[in-house]
Design a protein around this ligand. Structure first.
Ligand SMILES: Nc1ncnc2c1ncn2[C@@H]1O[C@H](COP(=O)(O)OP(=O)(O)OP(=O)(O)O)[C@@H](O)[C@H]1O
Ligand SMILES: Nc1ncnc2c1ncn2[C@@H]1O[C@H](COP(=O)(O)OP(=O)(O)OP(=O)(O)O)[C@@H](O)[C@H]1O
Ligand SMILES: [Mg+2]
Ligand SMILES: [Mg+2]
Lengths: 252, 252
């Protein structure tokens, strides 16, 4: 089992969209995949068709000690399993930070699932706080969805600092798996400039596959469908077929 | 003085872009405006041309007790004053939450500035945690930048719950000033559907002015310029002229 944190503290960079559609693509390729939603917004949860308010046992309960196996559910159109974000996850940040062992709660909760899945994707909130730190300690690697814009570029050094800090203290094997360009509009100059900067700084860590801006990707979650089912002939679907293949090439 | 929190826990909805350019537009109309950056990412800070790492006294220091007057600096191209986000603001969430009076730190820090400014805009991080709660208790009203997409619509009920909770406990006058549609691409059906939902639910609270998607707005902060100076004839600049006028009509 390989565990990936999908993280960028910059908001709106495509974390949830990449988590759900990449996980669905790998599941379609026959992999056993779990999506774990640690974002209090619960977008991976609602996009997968699960209603937060009706959820009896989700991520908040698992972080409080309930075995993860009791919270995992299969999501049919996506063909992956989901550990959903519960309604009261928003309160977890302050509550958890008062506990002695708050940093390793998610890691310890996911360990018993090691034989059940090939990949786990943890969809993170746009922050480097308690829940994201939990994800970074539970993960083997980090995938960083990134918009090719000024503010996104600025934020990369903060993520790198946080990963380095956690590697020295809590998770020695943690590394950056790669950077995925998202919502790319290659017609505009800014995106081309930032893309070139990323190639210079990150070399091979920058995925060849970029996810282009495609409104079908923004529409699909409201129908609770992965892009492959909602709009299989769209540019968005083509990007995720390619991304699935590149991911398998790099990590299988 | 009127204080506005610019908040939406959904990431990437245009909070920083609207904070900086609306504040600059009001300053150009002769208003005395302060931008307070409580987002550890510090995008309003870097976009205004201030380097976080060289900052001696910023938001973290002010929340720890340093008088705000000592941290406020004038930003020439924008013609507003800025209370910048300091480097160590990221650590403030956990540190502050251990203090008895953590919720009212920002409110108490801004009170002595009441005679110096007409408007204060607080740029918030994409979360409803400790720093955003501080902003909501310090503010009179909340402006909610909003993308016309599924996940953004989902998140509105969480903000409304948080505002209601704080109104009952800590800030009885807190109200929603308005919702501003951002990055609007009115050609696509999803945006038109969501726009109609917003009109139904929020009526007059929905600003008539929408900020359209315009790459000049994404380029301007890398030049440390407001859109009015960077690309005065762009669609983005036209939107902010209109937004400045609508804002004055509603709140002056
Ligand atoms: N390639 C794309 N093309 C068009 N729209 C996209 C694309 N990727 C994501 N979106 C839309 O952009 C918005 C932001 O994406 P998403 O919610 O996946 O980002 P995020 O990083 O998870 O956000 P947050 O920081 O709030 O968790 C969403 O409304 C989503 O539907
Ligand atoms: N109207 C617009 N047209 C084009 N690009 C825009 C527009 N508004 C914002 N952007 C760009 O979209 C990205 C997200 O906007 P911004 O950073 O202002 O959102 P935010 O809500 O402050 O994000 P965060 O949740 O990370 O604080 C930025 O790269 C910004 O430059
Ligand atoms: Mg998300
Ligand atoms: Mg911002």
């Amino acid at each position: 089992m390989k565990t990936f944190a999908i993280l960028n503290q910059k908001g709106g960079t495509g974390k949830t969209t990449i988590t759900m559609n990449l996980a669905a693509q790998l599941a379609a390729l026959g992999q056993r995949v779990l999506v774990a939603d640690v974002d209090p917004q619960g977008n991976s949860t609602s996009g997968s068709g699960v209603e937060k308010q009706f959820l009896v046992c989700g991520m908040y309960e698992v972080l409080s000690g309930v075995p993860a196996k009791e919270a995992v559910a299969y999501c049919l159109p996506y063909r992956y399993h989901l550990l959903a974000a519960s309604r009261n996850l928003a309160g977890a940040e302050i509550e958890l930070s008062q506990e002695e062992d708050w940093r390793t709660r998610l890691r310890d909760a996911l360990l018993p699932l090691a034989d059940d899945f090939d990949y786990i994707f943890i969809d993170c909130p746009p922050s480097l706080g308690v829940l994201s730190v939990n994800a970074l300690i539970a993960a083997d690697q980090v995938l960083i969805p990134m918009q090719c814009e000024y503010f996104s570029l600025e934020g990369l050094s903060d993520i790198a600092d946080t990963i380095r800090r956690l590697r020295d203290g809590w998770n020695p094997q943690l590394s950056v798996a790669g950077i995925i360009r998202s919502m790319l509009d290659s017609r505009n100059l800014l995106a081309r400039d930032v893309s070139r900067e990323l190639e210079l700084h990150f070399g091979d860590k920058l995925f060849r596959t970029a996810i282009v801006r495609n409104v079908r990707l923004a529409e699909a979650p409201s129908h609770h469908l992965p892009i492959m089912s909602y709009a299989p002939h769209s540019n968005g679907a083509a990007c995720f077929r390619e991304l699935g293949n590149e991911f398998m090439e790099r990590f299988a």
